[in-house]
Design a protein around this ligand. Structure first.
Ligand code: SF4
Length: 218
């Protein structure tokens, strides 16, 4: 049977409010159709490694807010959340897999982490300096057509960080798809600090919000 998952279109988000009344849940609600699956996943949080990661990230989430006049106000940017999370998890060796287009951002992230006592290993996407055609990309898909063009090499980035035995690897602006390959080949867990969006200054949600950008999605 096909699994029907459409939470994005659920207006009321009953799950958030603790409402499990089958009569009000939408037909596509997993709480209506996937009770056994839900039950089976709850058990996974009891496993030591998963439990630690989950509980520490949830504590980190809570610490990202302060209560001001009865309201939860966010107080930490993601980069500070990353630092606090690393501390909670006991991660000491941090890998940065960065895009050459975000070299400046990568050096800033590296510095911020090092200043807080982490050992940082960073690898640029162009490391290896291998021409795109050698990696199987047809010549006509190079950005410029005047000879050598270094290909991004996410598998090398992951392999080098694996050699460094990092505790956590952080993606800093890898291209879509390259991020998938990096994550697949990384032995350490992977989180994303900066998601690349050349057009919006690495803020992809803007394309969903403003009328200046939304027309492009039509
Ligand atoms: S789990 Fe059910 S109630 Fe929650 S968002 Fe999805 S469809 Fe809506």
């Amino acid at each position: 049977m096909e699994v029907n998952l459409k939470c994005a279109y659920c207006k009321f988000k009953y799950c958030y409010k603790g409402v499990k009344d089958q009569k009000v849940l939408p037909d596509f609600c997993p709480m209506k159709n996937e009770a056994e699956t839900i039950e089976s996943t709850v058990k996974l949080y009891n496993k030591e490694k998963v439990g630690k990661l989950y509980i520490q990230s949830t504590i980190n989430e809570r610490e990202g807010y302060e209560v001001v006049r009865g309201k939860l106000i966010p107080v930490r940017p993601r980069v500070l959340e990353l630092i606090e999370f690393n501390r909670k998890m006991g991660y000491k060796k941090i890998g940065l897999a960065f895009c050459i287009g975000l070299s400046d951002e990568a050096s800033r992230v590296s510095k911020v982490l090092e200043e807080r006592g982490f050992k940082v290993y960073s690898v640029c996407c162009k490391c290896g300096s291998i021409d795109k055609t050698v990696l199987g990309v047809p010549e006509k898909y190079k950005l410029r057509h005047d000879g050598f063009e270094a290909g991004c090499n996410p598998i090398l980035q992951a392999t080098l960080l694996n050699k460094a035995r990092t505790d956590l690897n952080v993606i800093v602006g890898l291209c879509i798809g390259h991020d998938i390959l990096f994550t697949e080949h990384s032995e350490a867990p992977v989180t994303t600090l900066i998601v690349k969006d050349r057009f919006t200054g690495h803020n992809p949600v803007i394309a969903l919000y403003t009328s200046y950008h939304k027309h492009m999605l039509k």
